[in-house]
Design a protein around this ligand. Structure first.
Ligand code: GDP
Length: 412
């Protein structure tokens, strides 16, 4: 596994390749995304809108509900209208992070899509295995980190890939190493949170898992069902229909309906977009509905820039025409990117923290409480204390147990 903090190698690499083979512009801390000198800069990594109160304070607007000027503010306001602005400033200073996992059979275009999503070549060091090597391959988890910056807002993006998934002859339980990885990140966070230095916790929890579904099958395959069911309580799963350019629009439509039905039928809990408030405007409601109906997002990835109607676009060139990745008539790529980056990134993080991590934590604490009770009973009944290896987070339990028993004043 790569060191998430070691961006050095990556940066170095970027600088060596000024002329990128695919015409891509790799972004990292050195090649800043924002700035007037980069006219072809993507604009989708928008900073959060300025907080209402604070923005008004600086500009002095006519809105009567907000402070007009410093002196007015002093007279009529206590000043907590600036709170959103304070939060905004603080979080911009701290920077943001996001961890995205991609999973699904190899060859479905995962790496290509990630490169297209973040306009960077995250996979230049990748080694592709031949058929023989793949037979025995286990699912190996790899991690790539890039720092991107747009309009002064820093985002540390981590991509977790699962090469080898579905490659072996026997793929039963190939989701296991992915599930273990997610648990390990929760465990590490739980340990850090319960440790001495809670200030600088490195949060590696996985916020979203894009699950790639093959366009060539009839809906979901057993492996897809197994994977999603094994992981749906641990991570936000967003299903995508891979290589959508291999299907006609009506096939895409039918396949999406079939997949949605199967997800329902098998009781798979994918990431649910939050319901929009009833007082939202109609346009917003329409967008929200469209987003919900796009599941699974039909995606197309490409590492190349082609010329279409006089414009250079990211696309795939075929003898009969060009598919444009960012054309919403061709696929849902833009919808997916907007969802991930512009509209739902924070919600994905919130659900990870409030639901998935909380579940993990609750299970850990339950196990610990059970240990404490067992230990108490042992004192009387002279039973052996054993840490069950099968309990969720058992190693976190082993780590934290001495502290808890101390707190509960149980002599070791
Ligand atoms: P991964 O193993 O899932 O990471 O797949 P790759 O991204 O390496 O892609 C495997 C092959 O599929 C490559 O030859 C890509 O050029 C091709 N490919 C990637 N995305 C698409 C797509 O959207 N449509 C089509 N038709 N081919 C794609």
């Amino acid at each position: 596994m790569q060191d998430p903090h070691n961006h050095g190698g990556h940066r170095h690499h970027v600088h060596k390749h000024h002329h990128h083979p695919h015409g891509l512009e790799p972004h990292d801390a050195h090649s800043k995304v924002a700035g007037g000198d980069r006219p072809h800069t993507p604009s989708y990594l928008q900073p959060p809108p300025p907080a209402a109160g604070g923005a008004q304070l600086d500009s002095g607007s006519d809105d009567p509900s907000l402070p007009q000027s410093r002196s007015d503010q002093d007279k009529e306001y206590v000043g907590f209208a600036t709170l959103p602005n304070q939060v905004h400033r603080k979080s911009v200073k701290k920077g943001f992070d996001f961890t995205l996992m991609v999973a699904g059979e190899s060859g479905l275009g995962k790496s290509t899509l990630v490169n297209s999503l973040f306009l960077t070549d995250l996979y230049k060091d990748r080694k592709l295995l031949n058929a023989e090597e793949r037979i025995t391959q286990t699912v190996e988890i790899t991690k790539h980190t890039v720092d991107i910056e747009e309009k002064g807002v820093k985002l540390k993006l981590t991509i977790v890939d699962t090469p080898g998934f579905g490659d072996a002859v026997n793929n039963t339980e190939c989701w296991k190493s992915v599930a273990d990885y997610i648990d390990q990140q929760f465990e590490q966070y739980f340990r850090d949170e319960s440790g001495l230095n809670r200030k600088n916790i490195q949060d590696n929890r996985v916020h979203c898992c894009l699950y790639f579904i093959s366009p060539f099958g009839h809906g979901l395959r057993p492996l897809d069902v197994e994977f999603m069911k094994a992981l749906h309580e641990k991570v936000n799963i967003v299903p995508v229909l891979a290589k959508a350019d291999t299907l006609t629009p009506s096939e895409v439509k039918k396949k999406k309906i079939k997949i949605r039905e199967e997800i329902e039928q098998y009781g798979i809990k994918i990431y649910q977009f939050p319901d929009c408030d009833s007082d939202e405007d109609e346009e917003f409601k329409q967008q929200d509905l469209e987003l919900k109906e796009s599941i699974p997002f039909a995606v197309i990835g490409s590492n190349t820039v082609v010329e279409a109607k006089g414009k250079r676009v990211r696309g795939r060139l075929y003898p009969w025409g060009i598919v444009e990745v960012e054309n919403s008539a061709h696929c849902d790529f833009v919808k997916l990117r907007n969802m991930l980056v512009r509209t739902h990134m924070q919600d994905l993080k919130d659900v990870t923290r409030e639901t998935h991590y909380e579940n993990y934590r609750a299970q850990c604490i339950q196990s610990m409480t059970r240990m404490v009770v067992k230990e108490r009973n042992r004192k009387y009944a002279h039973q052996e204390l054993t840490f069950s290896k099968n309990l969720p987070g058992s190693s976190a339990v082993q780590f934290l147990y001495p502290r808890l028993s101390h707190l509960l004043r149980i002599a070791p």
